[in-house]
Design a protein around this ligand. Structure first.
Ligand code: QAP
Ligand code: CO
Length: 174
């Protein structure tokens, strides 16, 4: 499956993703195509809606203490649901769908999440640190929410201005 990253301000990113009911070859093909795209684009998390597929699917690949990313750390989450959450943490987030922009966002520090794997088996996970942040960021994508939607009004306006400028420069350099 040939996939491309959908970028802001594409309206597709506002769609609410639908629950996966069939854990079939089509789902596996989607997951197998998302992973190399995330690696090529230097991502640590990717939701299916970011490749234009409105399904409750996300993949995560958090680098280890030595900043090494490996397929061993790949987590595929289908139909994820947060079961509990605790604390607060601030992290400078980015997003493959909002290239070159980073802003401080507040998230829960630790979360519990129930999800299914690619074969439909139910799993649960306790997450903290970057993994916890990444899961919450990707869960927002499934609801059509981007990290820039969480910015206070003034920072959002500043973002819109800078982003437009960046798009124009990109266009002119082509
Ligand atoms: C979501 O984000 C996330 O602007 C995943 O030029 C964010 O993979 C998880 C990226 C914060 C945890 C903390 C962004 C790559 C990748 C860019 C990403 C860019 C190239 C973002
Ligand atoms: Co994102």
């Amino acid at each position: 499956m040939k996939l491309n990253i959908v970028t802001y301000p594409d309206k597709k990113l506002k769609e609410i993703s639908q629950k996966v009911e069939r854990f079939d070859a089509e789902l596996h093909d989607l997951l197998d195509s998302m992973y190399p795209l995330m690696m090529e684009t230097n991502g640590i998390g990717l939701a299916a809606i970011q490749v234009g597929v409105a399904k409750r699917v996300m993949i995560l690949n958090i680098p280890d203490d030595e900043d090494i990313q490996s397929v061993e750390y790949l987590i595929e989450m289908i139909n994820p649901v947060i079961t509990h959450k605790n604390g607060e943490t601030v992290y400078q987030e980015g997003c493959l769908s909002v290239p070159t922009f980073y802003e401080d966002i507040t998230r829960y520090e630790t979360i519990g999440v129930n999800f299914q794997d690619r074969d439909g088996n139910t799993k649960s996970l306790e997450a903290d640190g970057l993994l916890s942040i990444a899961i919450q960021h990707e869960l927002d994508h499934l609801e059509g929410v981007l990290f820039i939607d969480k910015l206070p009004y003034s920072r959002r306006k500043k973002f819109e201005k800078e982003y437009k400028k960046m798009l124009k420069e990109k266009k002119n350099s082509k």
